[in-house]
Design a binder for this molecule. Sequence first.
Ligand code: PLP
Length: 389
Amino acid sequence: MKKETEEQEAIAFIDLHAQYERIAKSLHEGIERVCKRGHYIMGEEVLELEGKLAAYAGVKDCVTCGNGTDALLLALMSWGVGPGDTVMVPGYTFVATAGMVAHLGAEVYFVDVEDNFLMSPESLGRGLEDVKKRGGCVKAVIPVDLFGRPCDYDGLREVSGEIKLLADAAQSYGGCYRGHPVGCQGDMTTTSFYPAKPLGCYGEGGAVFCNDAETAQALRLRRSHGEVERYRSEVVGLNSRFDTWQAVVLLEKLKIFEEELESRQRIAERYGMLLRESLGDRVQVPEEGDREGTHFRSTWAQYTIRLSSHRDEVRAYCGERGVPSVVYYPWPLSKQPAYRDYSCVPGGLGMSERLSCEALSLPMSPYLSDGDVERVVDVVTEGVRYYLG
Ligand SMILES: Cc1ncc(COP(=O)(O)O)c(C=O)c1O
């Protein structure tokens, strides 16, 4: 095994420092302003941010909250999801998508994904039939724009009909589907501002997007204990308000967000071109989407390839040579102790199980240089050739 790159400095899996250097000066001024004013939670910058986030997502309202998990919870609570309801969730996703359904006492029902990591309309259709046969009541479907690529919302709507769609866009805020920004495809959309997300703050944060004032008001009430006035609660709620200084961070990052998304797209295209050239069909690379936005634009929260075997060995090989990679979701949720008693679609979750063994996410951030991308591809190529021949 060659280790010719071991003298070189390791590449960052996600480089947040380069971005910080870019925004540091105005960021510090903004934070000082907030500290001097003393309005630390839900200050005026939060309102400004909500307006900007809603406009960017092409919807009327954005309600920020404590994190992307609470965003899902608040949305489901505002639809009254609870015991006796079923919510359809993909088998291959981050745990929060299913967790908040279970937390409310509703039934999680797992459907499969396609080989692009996204909920399969065909599997959803089979799942809905199954729940109907059993006399269940499907209250919502939660498609997840995994790794930043928007789902096939037209296909999902076609099979889900009148059932509400809650788009989990924790990884895809800033993307587009058929020329429309992520945010307007679901009846509600949630996102996360966890630091590693394409639009991340420097702590916890999240938001819900919707298109009617009544829903927005219901969400606002619930994020702050359901209080209509100080110490008088009309509905049950949470403490899930947004910090003013995190709004300052996001306002600064929004100024460079489009440019960063362009850079992520360029890097993804370069990865795709080089990996196809060096490895052909020994790896599956993600579809790059249409730069004009007619079909989809991914935010490239992750650049995730698939290896039909030896994924973990290739990962270790790359790691030893300063090229980090991450295996997201190594077990489908339906196989995990907390979720294995919930129902799965007839025919099972074959693709979710397969992706759990095959997917490998490579370094991605808008600040990866061409040289970094080449180095990642070279090392991955060596590793794949070594183990897969
Ligand atoms: C698909 C998905 N949904 C929900 C969440 C939850 O977001 P948060 O970590 O901000 O609670 C995440 C976070 O990683 C996610 O990736």
